[in-house]
Design a protein around this ligand. Sequence first.
Ligand code: SAM
Length: 298
Amino acid sequence: MNKDIATPTRTKQILEKYGFSFKKSLGQNFLIDTNILQNIVDYAELTEESCVIEIGPGIGALTEQLAKRAKKVVAFEIDQRLLPILNDTLAPYDNVQIIHQDVLEADVNKVIGEQFGDTKDIMVVANLPYYVTTPILMKLLEDHIPLRGIVVMLQKEVAERMAASPSTKDYGSLSIAVQYYTEAKTVMIVPKTVFVPQPNVDSAVIRLIRRKNPPVSLLDESFFFKVVRASFAQRRKTILNNLSHNLNMFDKETILSVLQEVEILPERRGESLSIEDFAKLSNALYSSISSNNPSKKI
Ligand code: SAM
């Protein structure tokens, strides 16, 4: 019986056998600690009915632990050199499917339909490539992929931004986007020593559980995110200045009167507004456009 892939000796053997060299540009930092991997899998609360999407299986360290606990694992890997390795290391597991594709270009909804049938319980579990953490997570959330949740390793600093509360330095449009779609919690801080090669930044594991219903009701979701992004365009500017510089469809007077209507002081900064404040504000701005000029495009 082979040892787990994630042990330092087995990982070294595999890398030597295939003469594998890490590509920094693909965020290749492999996990070599079985305990950490098991903790990640525990946080995903998998059952025998669970189906899992993994992003970036590497040499299969996390994939193996997932395959032991889930019904099926589908893993997207961009690096062709890893395919023969995965074919070898994951040979004992017949519930794993590797897809050679950049996950950012994948039609994940289609893959779910093809691979998971009518499974209700789908989780994303991954040790993400850090150079694309935010685009990957935003794609999974914005594409309305039917997930129960996401448990991923990422840069500690990004995890902190995702789970941040208003009026903290980490709070911004990423916090609002993630918290609009999910309940977010940083569940583990992970030392650099559990990776080969060691990354330059500290890592954390974040758990995002998809909300059944959004926390606020919006007249238009994409307009809400436009207002949020505009409000944080320059963190030191007031909400009035940020909105009037970055939402071209409004003049300053309209923005001022809408801020008064929703009782948000114009000199406040975006970082002090909760999701509820942004919902009130974006709904009122949206209504002011449709009532003043029903044909105007947003
Ligand atoms: N899961 C393995 C582990 O924990 O040891 C490897 C994790 S490593 C941090 C990230 C993996 O993502 C690498 O295998 C890398 O080749 C792959 N990757 C990078 N960019 C990707 C992308 N856009 N789509 C799919 N996989 C990607």
